[in-house]
Design a protein. Structure first.
Length: 373
């Protein structure tokens, strides 16, 4: 039984080893449990020499890495990764300090078909619960932030299927509204997550204590971002709803960079759907072809369902921006841009785009249209 079975019963896991959450969490292939329990202490003391020794101790022989099962390889990346971010937080480029980690990161990246460092999946979903939980600080607010992100993944996995189904349908199909209603149920978890964050993580704690652990690190001349919440792939949902045929340079650039941090099957989903036709476009076109004021019931139902999902996305983004703004306010922030490499202005643009799409869809149903001549 995995987390995904508990949260999304009946979800098809497609035989994906990356969804074998319980197995990955339980794995300790490098024997890192005791060492990582001491990590918050090393970070509190800013003890870069101890962190360097810890990383060197954990780095396995590259031959051993090649023999790891994929679930063990994911757990190994998780455990090495939290030391990478810790070293960088104290001003040390980890690969420069411990060069023998480079072939291991590259091999783990290859074995798992992911970037050659840890991602938000390693830090949250694949992180054990209870006493074995890997943390930079050991602070309750850090575990709350991890849990906030953890809680959305099962729903985003489920939304992949409903969005793929949506992409195959037209607004006149009864399944169109149904796929949107299911997507709405999944996306609601983003609102729950940000409400939980607002209630349990202070923006000052994020800005002053956590943000520095998510800095990028240099791996063979390429900068890779840390395992921050900005990697949560909400773009999976945007893509088929409105984004695939509505270009916005800032969001497009953010997506192009973010996609590499996601799971292989999600990257495939992105590649498959990015040249597609969005639900908003299909709906607007269908409505504009209707000559009379009264839309066919199926089309009206599709429009209402689409507006509902967009409204939920808008609610998440508005609340998220409020906390992000506080964490990046002049008085509080240590950095100008988020750990995903983008400024607050990006969040504003994406919120505006989401709102514009919602308004467009809502008006298409509400506005009295001119009868055909
Ligand atoms: C104190 C808490 C948080 C702060 C200060 C914060 C801040 C930010 C910032 C500044 C960005 C812009 C991109 C970048 O980082 O470079 C961003 C993006 C993003 N964050 Fe957060 N975030 C927080 C918590 C969360 C949580 C809990 C989630 C979801 C579970 C989340 C999901 C996202 C997503 C999906 C994006 C991409 C932009 C979008 O789709 O609207 N964030 N965040």
């Amino acid at each position: 039984m995995t987390l995904y079975d508990l949260v999304a019963p009946g979800l098809d896991l497609h035989g994906e080893p990356r969804y074998r959450i319980a197995e990955i969490r339980a794995a300790d292939p490098l024997g890192a449990d005791a060492l990582l329990a001491a990590l918050p202490g090393m970070n509190a003391d800013a003890d870069a020499p101890a962190l360097t020794v810890a990383l060197r101790t954990l780095v396995p022989d590259p031959d051993r890495v090649a023999a790891l099962a994929i679930t063990d390889a994911l757990a190994a990346m998780r455990d090495i990764g939290i030391l990478l971010g810790s070293l960088k937080r104290h001003g040390v480029e980890p690969v420069a300090a411990v060069p023998e980690v480079l072939p291991v990161l590259e091999e783990l990246g290859r074995r798992t078909d992911m970037v050659p460092r840890d991602t938000v999946h390693h830090y949250t979903t694949w992180n054990p619960l209870g006493g074995r939980r890997r943390m930079y600080t050991g602070d309750r607010m850090e575990s709350n932030l991890q849990d906030a992100v953890r809680m959305v993944f099962p729903s985003l996995v489920a939304s992949l299927d409903t969005c793929a189904e949506l992409a195959r349908l037209e607004p006149y199909d009864p399944g169109f509204a149904l796929a949107l209603d299911r997507t709405a149920q999944h996306v609601q978890s983003m609102v729950d997550s940000i409400d939980f964050t607002v209630a349990n993580v202070s923006p000052v704690f994020f800005a002053r204590e956590m943000r520095s652990y998510f800095e990028e690190i240099d791996i063979a001349g390429v900068d890779y971002l840390g395992p921050a919440a900005a990697q949560v792939p909400l773009w999976l949902v945007d893509l088929t709803l409105w984004q695939c045929d509505r270009s916005n340079p800032a969001y497009d650039a953010f997506l192009d960079d973010s996609v590499q941090y996601s799971l292989p099957s999600w990257r495939d989903h992105y590649a498959k759907h990015k040249g597609g036709t969005s639900a908003v476009y299909k709906l607007s076109a269908a409505v504009s072809w209707e000559a009379t004021d009264r839309l066919p019931p199926q089309l009206a139902a599709s429009a209402l369902s689409l507006a509902r999902v967009l409204r939920i996305l808008k609610t998440f983004r508005a609340r998220h921006m409020t906390i992000a703004r506080k964490a990046y306010s002049d008085e509080v922030r240590l950095y100008d841009v988020g750990s995903g490499g983008a400024p607050i202005a990006l969040l504003r643009s994406v919120l505006d785009l989401t709102r514009d799409n919602e308004t467009l869809v809502r008006r298409s149903v509400e506005r009295p249209r001119t009868p055909a001549a």
